[in-house]
Write a new protein. Structure first.
Lengths: 306, 602
């Protein structure tokens, strides 16, 4: 071979060698998926709800390579303390926020400047004033309406109806309450609204729109087993126990696990520029004592294997 | 049309050269071979990776199955212990089995939720931990109770469910797998049927599978009953919430072993194992994306290797093809000189394969032969020219012509007109045959006529000095001969043989066909010659003084040999004082035949 050919040959071999090494190194590295950091704010007092919701979110964080930071507010914390925690968390640089709060609209309005265009998603209740933000929501008004309709079906003539009062700032409960009231109105039933159930009355049906209210009412009436006088929300262990006992007539149970899972998934899809919906409605079920141990109901009512 | 264009392009680019052909062929074959090898290599590696993945999944599956069966067996042992060690020894009407039951429960409480024994009518006989049965629960209609009754000889394992038999004011609920069996209870000496229930904590099974799934290589494992109903799945809640799907019914129907399937657009390997005692199925799923992660690296690796090999082979091909083609090119270049008519060119025979060297040598040999042939042709042409020249010369030999014309003049002066006419006529005939329209080959008859005409003229001049006799076999007349071969011999016979004869000279001309050849001889009874003279007569470098044109015999001999080959020609026999005989030996070729082959070319 001529000198020129030799030079060309050696140059080509060198190039191939470099290419081979580069490709080998490139393919040897396990590609690290980009990990997102999300913050979860929750002010729910329902331990069971939080627990199942968290399970769903943690499952999604493993599936979509996400780090979650949970900020769970308690009743003991003051507003200032809560605000300080929120601001500190906002400054940490999370790429998205999941709000399991009573009123997510207020939260966005308060901290909009600090959000800097980051994705904010509401759980269990949809945004009213910020429809551009996604939400994983339940049709709370419809749920309240259907629960009230169960009450209407199960009510006898002289039975009184007492509603557990809800605050407007607690949007989720408020919507349910609206739905319930509407159902009662439609059926010409008069109700009484109370802030707390602190004594037992006879011949009364109670309509509760959140888990803790249901539990408190059931606790109050625990001596009145088989009364089937409570229509409530939530599948806490106590609620399920009282449903099984017969004190609670019907429980409305949303799929908290799916709410948590889909919430994280939705944000991750947006961050990865994958197609995602603006929001998603998650279903709920209405369970009576007779249905409690049906195979398909068991999985919803008893989500955690102890 | 495309072929024409392609050929034109190939020609233009000189892609038809042998080096290009060799190089391109080698490269193409290498490409095909390397490509095939690469493909086979890649396929084999992929296949091996798949097998390894299946093997790893199978091993994990087997281990999980062993662990599960061990767990189930332990539960069965508890049931057996309870039955054979406790229940069988008790009379339920008088004895209490709670303490033994509690003991057994306490010893296994990590895995148990409860142990209970019921009568045939559903009445509780004993339970651990101690608890009361819920009032509204109908024991007889419970699935575990009914199945136990249906499978009297065997133990029955239920699918996981929440235990709802006993009151528990701690608000706890337990997911259990119920192991139930029919037992023989003794009541007042009579046997009555009952059902023993051991509620296993489902969390044990769940933990077992969670552990296996974390050990996995990216796939997952789940558990179904014999009909495909999911007992445990790592993504159970998502499946229940319809966010995901699983091909559990189909998978559970597979035979034990590995299967490939395509589910929801995803390729995956599914390995199935049936769990003993229960008929449950452990199903391991390994998505293609998990074990194909290495495929990219393998693919690139193979491509790089093949590319490097192709690159090296390309240069090797160039080198080898150049090595092969270079001597052929040199040979070709040296032949080009030959093509241009240069016979002095030296054909390349220095290098290359044996065949090329042999070809070079052969070509050189051919060129040498060509040169010889060319030289021979030149000599032949020269001889021809000389003979023609000689013929012309002898024809227009001044002495012969002068003398003959002189003879004609004095005949005319002597008023010997008839003799003069004869002389002129013979001279004319002599010239006619001599020229023969430029032919070099004539019939023997013409040659004899020419000789006769010559002798007629010479006899006029050499009156009565000699006799000439022609003994020619008429058979040979139509055969062909080189012209002007007899006359030079006759001239020699006259000049050298008859000069000193005084009326007794004799020249005999004979001609016959013998053994396929023609023999013509001119014999004289002249003084003859010595052997030495005879020996040198037909040599080029002879030192014999000659008369006349001096090239007669040698000319004739050479011309005959040039025409017919060296085996033909003249043969001289002479004895001093006795005479000389010169024989012409030529092949017998009919003039017509010769004309057909070559006559027109003349």
């Amino acid at each position: 071979m001529s000198r020129k050919q030799w030079e060309l040959f050696l140059a080509g071999m060198a190039l191939l060698f470099i290419m081979g090494i580069s490709i080998y190194r490139y393919t040897s590295q396990i590609p690290e998926e980009e990990r997102y950091r999300l913050s979860v704010f929750s002010d729910s007092n329902d331990h069971n709800t939080k627990s199942i919701l968290r399970q769903g979110m943690e499952r999604a964080s493993r599936d979509f390579h996400t780090d979650l930071n949970f900020i769970m507010f308690t009743e003991e914390q003051t507003e200032e303390e809560k605000e300080e925690i929120i601001i500190r968390e906002l400054q940490k640089g999370s790429q998205g926020f999941l709000l399991h709060l009573d009123n997510p609209d207020l939260w966005i309005e308060k901290y909009s400047l600090m959000l800097e265009g980051r994705i904010v998603l509401a759980l269990e209740v949809a945004f009213d004033y910020h429809p551009d933000n996604p939400s994983i929501w339940i049709d709370n008004e419809k749920m309240g309406h259907e629960l009230a309709m169960e009450l209407v079906k199960g009510r006898s003539e002289n039975q009184k109806v007492i509603l557990y009062k809800t605050e407007e700032k607690n949007k989720k409960d408020f919507l349910r309450s609206m739905g319930g009231k509407k159902a009662l109105e439609e059926n010409g039933i008069v109700w009484e609204e109370r802030e707390a159930i602190d004594n037992e009355e006879e011949n009364v049906l109670y309509l509760c729109f959140n888990q803790s209210a249901t539990e408190q009412t059931a606790e109050m009436l625990k001596d009145n087993i088989n009364s089937k006088c409570i229509f409530g929300v939530g599948n806490s262990e106590k609620n399920v126990y009282y449903l099984d006992k017969g004190m609670i007539h019907t429980l409305a149970v949303p799929d908290e696990y799916m709410i948590g899972y889909m919430g994280v998934k939705n944000i991750c899809d947006r961050l990865s520029f994958r197609e995602s919906s603006q929001g998603m409605e998650i279903d709920y079920i209405l369970v009576s004592k007779e249905e409690l141990y049906l195979p398909e109901v068991q999985k919803r009512m008893f989500p955690i294997v102890q | 049309m495309i072929r024409k264009v392609f050929k034109k392009w190939m020609k233009k680019k000189q892609y038809g050269s042998i080096q290009f052909t060799i190089s391109a062929s080698f490269t193409l074959i290498s490409l095909i071979c390397m490509g095939s090898i690469g493909f086979i290599l890649y396929s084999k590696m992929v296949s091996n990776t798949e097998e390894m993945t299946v093997e790893a999944a199978s091993q994990l599956l087997n281990q999980t199955s062993v662990n599960l069966e061990t767990y189930l067996r332990s539960m069965m042992r508890i049931s057996d212990s309870m039955y054979y060690s406790v229940i069988k020894d008790k009379d339920i009407s008088t004895d209490n089995m709670d303490s033994e039951m509690n003991l057994l429960y306490e010893a296994n409480k990590d895995n148990l939720v409860s142990i209970a024994c019921f009568k045939e009518d559903g009445e509780l006989v004993g339970a651990a931990p101690i608890a009361s049965v819920k009032g509204e629960v109908d024991i007889i209609s419970q699935e575990w109770f009914e199945e136990a009754n249906n499978q009297m000889e065997n133990l029955h394992f239920s699918t996981p469910h929440v235990q709802n038999i006993f009151d528990d004011s701690s608000y706890r609920y337990n997911w259990v797998v119920s192991l139930s069996r029919i037992v023989e209870l003794t009541r007042r000496g009579t046997n009555v049927r009952g059902v023993l229930l051991v509620d296993m904590n489902f969390s044990s099974i769940e933990q077992l599978f969670k552990k296996s799934n974390t050990m996995g290589n990216g796939g997952y494992m789940y558990l179904t009953d014999s009909k495909g109903g999911i007992i445990y799945h790592p993504r159970q809640k998502l499946i229940d919430g319809l966010a995901e799907k699983e091909n559990n019914k189909v998978n559970a129907a597979y035979e034990d072993g590995s299967h490939k399937e395509n589910f929801e657009g995803e390729r995956r390997i599914v390995t199935v194992k049936t769990v003993g005692y229960t008929g449950w199925k452990i199903i391991s799923v390994t998505p293609y994306s998990v074990y194909s992660m290495n495929f990219t690296q393998i693919r690139y690796f193979v491509i790089v290797i093949i590319s490097a090999a192709m690159f090296i082979l390309f240069f090797v091909n160039q080198f080898v093809s150049a090595k092969i083609a270079d001597p052929i090119k040199r040979l070709n270049d040296s032949v080009k000189g030959l093509e241009n008519g240069n016979l002095d060119v030296v054909i390349y025979e220095g290098g290359g394969s044996d065949e090329i060297q042999h070809l070079g040598k052969t070509l050189n040999s051919v060129v040498a032969q060509l040169r010889k042939l060319m030289d021979k042709i030149v000599i032949e042409q020269e001889e021809k020219r000389r003979s023609e020249l000689y013929a012309l010369q002898s024809q227009i030999n001044p002495h012969f012509l002068y003398n003959t014309l002189d003879s004609i003049v004095w005949m005319i002066e002597g008023e010997m007109y008839t003799e003069a006419i004869h002389m002129v006529t013979h001279l004319a005939r002599l010239f006619r045959i001599s020229l023969s329209k430029g032919k070099t080959v004539i019939t023997i008859k013409d040659e004899i006529d020419h000789a006769k005409n010559y002798m007629n003229i010479q006899q006029f001049r050499y009156k009565d000095k000699f006799q000439i006799v022609f003994h020619m076999d008429p058979e040979i007349y139509e055969y062909c001969t080189v012209k002007l071969i007899l006359q030079p011999l006759l001239e020699n016979a006259i000049y050298y043989g008859m000069e000193y004869m005084y009326g007794d000279g004799e020249i005999i001309v004979k001609g016959e066909k013998k053994e396929g050849d023609i023999y013509m001889s001119v014999e004289d009874n002249g003084p003859g010659m010595t052997k030495e003279v005879q020996k040198d007569l037909l040599k080029e470098e002879r030192k014999i003084p000659t008369k006349g044109s001096g090239v007669g015999l040698l000319n004739v001999h050479k011309r005959i040999q040039l025409r017919y080959g060296e085996e033909y020609g003249l043969n001289i026999e002479s004895q001093p004082d006795e005479g000389t005989k010169v024989t012409i030996h030529i092949p017998a070729i009919l003039y017509d035949d010769w004309k057909k082959e070559k006559g027109e070319l003349e």
